[in-house]
Design a binder for this molecule. Sequence first.
Ligand code: GAR
Length: 204
Amino acid sequence: MSNDKIRIAVFVSGGGTNLQALIDKQKSGVINSGEICLVISNNPNAYALERAKKAGIKTEIVSRKEYADQREFENKLISLIKENGIELIVLAGFMCILSERFTSKYPKRIINVHPSLIPSFCGKGFYGLNVHRAALDYGVKVTGATVHFVNEIPDGGEIIMQKAVEVKDGDTPEVLQKRVMVNAEWIILPQAVEKVSRQMLDKD
Ligand code: GAR
């Protein structure tokens, strides 16, 4: 498809601070090769939906429990992606696992942000604050964030960008989470989205 900009959908579940970083970086021009056209939340109460509405971005709610099984849930996501001409999917705090049937439809077209330096503290069960709790329990002195392509292995796809963040004495999971967001996630997620969108445009 030849386009001015790559059409992006952002999948969210919660607060949406990473979505906000994407919106802000689109406004400031860091993201220039892609455009956020749709935000999908599995959680009807996600604050991320308010952020999208404030920015004038179309929103959809696709709640897993409204569908008989994973296949039906993903079929709804697939139909929204088609209807909206979406070319790149960004998982920004999306707390649902997507099946291989879904991920294999979009090779190198799904990006995820994870709050650790993969391959540490990742895979099944490692999401949100759990990741930072595990890093503190282990006693690592450096952690960070990773942006990667999504494939059938949870947190196992090709790495696009990483950024390290220092762990400090006395950190709680909440304090560490905030430092990783501010100093890593909110910076590298928009950069990676621009990088992949640019590469997609150049291939057209
Ligand atoms: C972020 O820290 C993101 O990296 C993490 O959830 C948080 C969502 O915050 N994602 C995962 O743990 C995925 N495995 P946000 O809704 O404010 O962007």
